[in-house]
Design a protein around this ligand. Structure first.
Ligand code: FES
Length: 288
């Protein structure tokens, strides 16, 4: 069996004949993803019954939360997308006792994290940024072997299933936007829009653009089809596929901006609920 022909290349980690700043992209990506992962992990643990935060006086306590998951002091309910749907393990008897210390974020984030972690775009990004596989085109990497997505990486094949879960988040997060517009106090109720509402709405738009432009979604609506016109359903599928294709052309942008905005939306809720920041959610229209 042929072993293939290797092009001559300089040896040594990062060695290359390239003269452009090839390292800037992967380095910036490593910093960006590293900050996003660190922030979401910190927030997930902050609302858990976890001993480190307990020592700082921040322990959520089982089932009660640290009070930074949702803005409630305007008589509406602006829930951080990191904690939606708000399944509090400590308040649900069907959650085994050994998992009740977890925060809602830790309980549900497996789905969005799995969706992003198995995304075709993110795979390229973090294989380069974190694993040096490859370090860059025509750049020498620390190791020679390449075994493809085998072994543990077979989990990447679950992307389609994570995509189904991600699609389910869109109506859930849209419902959160609706909740943020419903103000209640005693018997009084009114509609309103706050800055938090707009932030949650933009979050749904960005996540929608990301999820509906997913390669697996595009295949789901348009794959295995060579007839786009004979029935209303086929014509509808074609329109959906075209729409998904338009989003897919900028999948990288949707992936990166939507990730930032989820974290920003959570930070906004956090900053509006922790007196340390002194922020409040400004009501722009209506409300009580
Ligand atoms: S390929 Fe990126 S979300 Fe599916």
């Amino acid at each position: 069996m042929s072993s293939g022909m290797k092009l001559p290349m300089k040896k040594g980690f990062g060695a290359t004949d390239r003269v452009d700043a090839w390292w800037k992209g992967p380095t910036a990506m490593a910093a960006y993803l590293g900050i996003m992962i660190a922030y979401s992990t910190w927030r997930g643990f902050m609302e858990a019954d976890f001993w480190i935060f307990s020592d700082f006086g921040l322990s959520a306590g089982v089932g009660h939360g640290n009070g930074t998951m949702a803005i409630e002091n305007n008589h509406s309910h602006v829930l951080s997308p990191l904690f939606s749907p708000l399944i509090i393990p400590g308040e649900n008897s069907w959650v085994p006792s050994q998992f009740q210390w977890m925060s809602p974020a830790m309980f549900i984030l497996i789905f969005p994290a799995g969706f992003r972690g198995t995304c075709y775009y993110y795979r390229k990004a973090y294989y380069r940024a974190f694993m040096q596989q490859p370090t860059g085109c025509a750049v020498s990497k620390p190791w020679d072997e390449y075994s493809g997505e085998t072994g543990l990486l077979l989990i990447q094949n679950l992307h389609r299933y994570f995509m189904y879960a991600a699609l389910a988040y869109l109506p859930i997060l849209s419902y959160d936007v609706w909740l943020s517009m419903n103000f209640h106090h005693g018997n009084a109720s009114a509609l309103g829009i706050s800055v938090g509402t707009l932030i949650l709405a933009l979050n749904v738009i960005l996540l929608g653009g990301y999820a509906l432009g997913c390669h697996a979604f595009r295949h789901l609506v348009g794959g295995a089809s060579n007839d786009w016109t004979s029935t209303p359903m086929n014509r509808f599928k074609y329109k959906l596929w075209k729409f998904s294709t338009i989003l897919n052309e900028h999948h990288k942008d949707w992936a990166l901006y939507s990730l930032f905005w989820v974290m920003f939306a959570d930070f906004y809720v956090y900053a509006c609920t922790d007196p340390m920041f002194g922020w409040s959610d400004v009501i722009l229209w209506g409300g009580l």
